[in-house]
Design a protein around this ligand. Structure first.
Ligand code: UD1
Ligand code: CA
Length: 453
């Protein structure tokens, strides 16, 4: 289909009471405007234009990687003015223009396709995507004369009778390119000092053009986000959809309403997720895993049959098959937890690789380290990686035993098969198959305690 998409995203969003532009507020971890732009990309439009305000750095960053052109609306003079600015950039484009609100993030590509199919089939000049709603709300009301749409009246301009109309405007329109010129005829709404795009309907009807309204979806999908309350409702709705989708694919949840999973996360069957777990960014989790309560995993690759115990944080790292991490562990970026590794309570790991079968079970800090296979890291081991200026590397080769309460002063290497005695401070490389101890010999003073008394 030959379409161009225009996403309106230049409004101030004052009702959010935020210093962040409204369309940058996130739903399930993604800025609203990005959700809309990604959905629109599913239609394979010829062109996508996003209308932004003068301070648009954040929005441009949020949309990076998508094939988009930007138009700047210097002053937020309303949705009509925003589309007028975008249409000036459409150049020789002659298809239909699909207008979307950057604050309507839950819209699906299926609904948009259905809407465009209606627009085409009915040969309409302007089509509106509407929905039905009851209770108090501030959406524009669709005024019909018989079956056909006659106008849209904004909530604040509606009289008592019009306010009762339950069919409302989603802010999504399909407009024949040749009708875009009508925008120039929109007059300023004196009360608000804005040009309302909704006024294009009456202008088109007065010219005898075909205007249709199609209620193809519901409030859940088509709600516009103007307030924190609506943002929260959108988050809940999308979260429920994501979790329900994973249940259909064989993932178990103890309490599906108390789990937070971002849109790009991938999960596999027979993984069990406890409440209050947050899985963020582009994380993938394999099959047969158990994720216990209070865990946050962001941008990680987690293998199969992995156990992540309570109150653990894992960021930008990889955890391989059969490993167990936590409780109360912190895996910081660029770490690799090898297969069947055990990382226990109060262990912090940063930019460190742990080889297969290695154990760091209690109270340790391992940073900038390369640790081999089947290594035992005793309780209280610390890699002293920072000398006040630089971060230095610790290398521990395969089958090494590091006794409890050891400090490894990096840069330092412990070669394979060696032992380090408990309580040692290791400042020099340890050769293979040897024992390194660095602590004062124990003295016994007989009868000392008796004498003291
Ligand atoms: C708009 C519609 C209303 C509809 C509702 C659906 C108008 C006048 N009203 O109201 O009929 O029921 O959406 O959610 O269109 N924007 C700009 N530049 C501006 C003003 C807004 O780009 O000068 C952008 C905003 O960033 C936003 C979108 O347009 O993404 C909608 O603007 P908003 O102010 O939220 O309109 P509503 O009052 O919700
Ligand atoms: Ca809105």
């Amino acid at each position: 289909m030959n379409i161009a998409v225009v996403i309106l995203a230049a409004g101030l969003g004052t009702r959010m009471k935020s210093s962040l532009p409204k369309v940058l507020h996130k739903v399930c971890g993604k800025p609203m405007v990005r959700l809309v732009a990604e959905t629109a990309a599913g239609l394979k439009p010829e062109k996508t234009i996003v209308v932004v305000g003068p301070e648009s750095e954040g929005i441009r960053t949020a949309l990076s990687g998508l094939p988009i052109e930007f138009c700047v609306q210097k002053k937020p003079l309303g949705t009509g003015d925003a589309l007028k600015i975008a249409s000036a950039s459409l150049g020789g484009f002659e298809g239909d223009v699909l207008v979307l609100g950057g604050d309507t993030p839950l819209i699906s590509v299926q609904t948009l396709k259905l809407f465009l199919a209606h627009h085409k089939k009915m040969r309409e000049d302007i089509s509106l995507l509407s929905f039905r709603i009851t209770g108090s709300h501030a959406y524009g009301r669709i005024i019909r004369k018989g079956n056909r749409v006659d106008a849209i009246v904004e909530d604040r301009d509606a009289n008592e009778e019009q306010k009762k109309i339950d069919e409302v405007n989603s802010g999504i329109y399909a407009i024949r390119h040749s009708c875009l010129d009508l925008i120039k005829k929109i007059k300023e709404n004196k009360a608000k000092g804005e040009y309302y795009l909704t006024d294009i309907v009456k202008l088109a009807v007065d010219k005898g053009l075909r205007v249709g309204g199609h209620a193809l979806s519901d409030e859940l999908e088509l709600s516009g986000i103007n307030t924190r309350h609506e943002l929260h409702a959108a988050e809940k709705f999308m979260q429920q959809k994501i979790v329900s989708g994973w249940m259909s694919k064989g993932v178990s949840f103890i309490d599906a309403g108390a789990v937070f999973i971002h849109q790009n996360v991938e999960l596999e069957a027979d993984t069990l997720i406890y409440p209050n777990v947050h899985i963020e960014g582009s994380t993938t989790i394999g099959h047969g895993c158990v994720i216990y309560p209070g865990v946050r995993i962001a941008n990680c690759i987690i293998g199969n049959n992995v156990t992540i115990k309570d109150s653990t944080v894992i960021e930008d790292s990889t955890v391989m098959n059969g490993a167990a991490v936590g409780p109360f562990a912190h895996i910081r970026p660029k770490s690799v937890i090898g297969a069947s590794v055990k990382v226990g309570n109060f262990v912090e790991i940063k930019k460190t690789v742990l080889g297969e079968g290695t154990k760091a079970s209690h109270l340790s800090y391992l940073g900038d380290a390369e640790i081999g296979k089947n290594v035992n890291i005793g309780a209280g081991t610390i890699t002293c990686n920072y000398d006040g200026k630089n971060k230095n590397k610790t290398i521990i080769e395969d089958n090494v035993f590091i006794g409890s309460d050891t400090q490894l002063i990096a840069p330092v290497t412990v070669k394979k098969g060696s032992y380090v005695g408990a309580g040692s401070t290791i400042t020099k490389d340890v050769p293979a198959e040897s024992l390194a101890v660095s602590r004062a010999d124990q003295r016994i003073i007989h009868g000392w305690a008796k004498k003291k008394k």
